[in-house]
Design a binder for this molecule. Structure first.
Ligand code: SAH
Ligand code: SF4
Ligand code: F3S
Length: 502
């Protein structure tokens, strides 16, 4: 009997559950002395120390992330929570005993990525009994239905509930179908994940979430049903995080939210403009970006603040969706084509060198050839440096889901091709104007294939591929642009005594 149970322990891939419970107990004890949000815990060094200190054997996790930057940032937090519990990131999916899928529901195609991944995970689960959790926007949207439809899933968790991850893991076993859990409560208030570590992908550029949710209910959009109503993170927590990033040599912050312009500090009522000014005053941070802005909330004051505070990048993502006022009205976007263009004209007067980008939807129900031509002419008028364009996809619970998806797939395809072909030409002609110029570039990585080749971003968020004589990842360098394509600029680093000093 004893031998059997010992053997069971050796081969049981779920032994981490017992380890986890013990770890959880320790965390709770630790939480008594570590009240609230500890900024220094964002340091990688601390995370490593936590791992070294614990004598509890590690379990291996893998997080697969779909969707927007907010999901990426959430995954960094989830990784932090798991590592704080003694878990170790698995090198490959097949080696992990805990698999989290952070999902996106924005279009049917985004959702389908989950189902095809689950097919693959099914095989891994049968082999090593891995525990599978589905998180993010698909989780929140389908709740119990998801687990009923896909029994391979052990738990479903919506974005407002990530603080419950340790308790949830401690209560689940993939041996026991009765232990499956669905945690999809919405909370009206902002909840900081207590004593959370953030295991960031980058050591020099960081996402900082400032708000979550959306009150706009654009007719095509599922996000208000997956992220709930707008709620704002207290400014003191935002600043604590940014100051900690600055202390740890981060150079760039990207403020995140579905509708950042409507930010209001829940305690003082401080607005987005004041938040921008405050972040601008954090000395060590060089570049500040924010995403996403809504054209109806993007006030002249925000543009003036960008123009007056030089650390705020001259780059703006202002999704227009369509160039036709009729379609915009039916999408419930609350601005007309002319109002949008007036906004853009004002921004360009203040910042002639600004890089603009947008999202475009083609084939919204009832979109005529004339509406489509208006989208094309708007692209010509604004001259974005980049766009993200999509075929309309009906989404559950959205207002437009009740309308007939009337534009045939072939027409949608053709319109998308036209939008992307025109934009490609515009981008190429914009990019050509940079040839021969020296551009300040934040180096974000090196080429896996070619030594001496690096990649980075300009202030306008354009991709810059360049040659350099030494490793400059994480540094600002000057790059002389020598050639370009429609989607990137190419060049060589201008040697200086700061770069490659040896
Ligand atoms: N909060 C942001 C982004 C939301 S989702 C905003 O308001 O702009 C990102 C983009 O996905 C949207 O801007 C839109 O262009 C696209 N999108 C959203 N729902 C869609 C749908 N049902 N079909 C096609 N594209 C969609
Ligand atoms: Fe969706 Fe509109 Fe909200 Fe953006 S503003 S998240 S498109 S509902
Ligand atoms: Fe997708 Fe949710 Fe982001 S639906 S775009 S992951 S907010």
């Amino acid at each position: 009997m004893e031998v059997a149970s010992a053997l069971f322990f050796i081969v049981d891939p779920f032994r981490w559950k017992t380890e986890l419970k013990a770890q959880l107990k320790r965390r709770m004890l630790a939480a008594e002395v570590n009240i609230g949000y500890s900024t220094d815990l964002t340091e990688h060094a601390n995370i490593k120390m936590t791992k070294q200190k614990t004598s509890i054997p590690s379990f291996r996790y893998f997080i697969h992330t779909f969707g927007c930057q907010m999901n990426e940032n959430d995954s960094e937090r989830l990784a932090g929570i798991l590592e704080g519990m003694g878990a170790v990131k698995a090198a490959v999916l097949e080696e992990s005993t805990l698999i989290l899928i952070n999902t996106c529901a924005v279009r049917q195609k985004s959702e389908e990525k989950l189902y095809s991944l689950l097919g693959r995970l099914d095989r891994i689960k049968r082999k090593n009994g891995a525990l599978i959790g589905v998180l993010g926007c698909v989780a929140q949207l389908y709740r119990d239905n998801l687990i009923e439809k896909k029994p391979t899933i052990d738990f479903v968790m919506g974005p407002d509930n990530y603080g419950d991850l340790p308790d949830t893991l401690a209560g689940i076993s993939s041996h026991d179908p009765q232990s499956k859990r669905v945690i999809t409560r919405f909370s009206r208030e902002w909840h900081e994940i207590a004593d959370s570590l953030i295991l960031r992908e980058s050591s020099f550029s960081a996402y900082v979430t400032i708000m979550e949710g959306c009150d706009n209910f654009c007719s095509y959009c599922v996000v208000p049903f997956t992220r709930g109503r707008e709620k704002f993170r207290p400014i003191r927590n935002i600043l604590a995080e940014i100051q900690s990033l600055a202390k740890n040599n981060y150079r760039e912050v990207l403020l995140l939210g579905q509708n950042v312009n409507s930010y209001k500090d829940p305690e003082s009522g401080i607005s987005f403009v004041d938040l921008l000014k405050t972040v601008n005053s954090v000395e060590e941070i060089d570049w500040i970006r924010f995403i996403t802005s809504h054209p109806k909330n993007f006030s002249p004051e925000i543009a003036q603040t960008m123009a007056a505070n030089r650390k705020i990048c001259r780059q703006l993502h202002l999704p227009v969706q369509s160039g036709s006022s009729d379609i915009l009205a039916r999408m419930k976007r609350q601005y007309t084509r002319d109002e949008y263009l007036e906004n853009i004209a004002f921004i360009k007067v203040l910042m002639p060198d600004i890089a603009l980008s947008a999202d475009i939807i083609v084939g919204y129900p009832g979109e005529t050839e004339k509406d489509h031509k208006e989208t094309l002419s708007l692209l010509e008028e604004v001259r974005y440096t980049n766009i993200f364009s999509f075929r309309y996809s009906p989404r559950p619970r959205s207002a437009a889901a009740g309308e007939e998806d009337s534009v045939p797939l072939e027409v949608k395809r053709q319109r998308l091709i036209e939008v992307q072909a025109l934009q490609k030409d515009i981008q190429l002609s914009i990019n050509r104007t940079f040839i021969g110029k020296n551009i300040k570039t934040l180096c974000t990585g090196k080429s896996k294939k070619d030594t001496g080749r690096y990649t980075g971003r300009s202030e306008g968020y354009q991709v810059i591929n360049f040659d350099a004589g030494c490793d400059v990842v994480g540094q600002f360098v000057q790059v002389e642009i020598t050639s370009c394509g429609p989607y990137s600029l190419r060049g060589r680093m201008v040697e200086s005594k700061d770069a490659c000093p040896h």
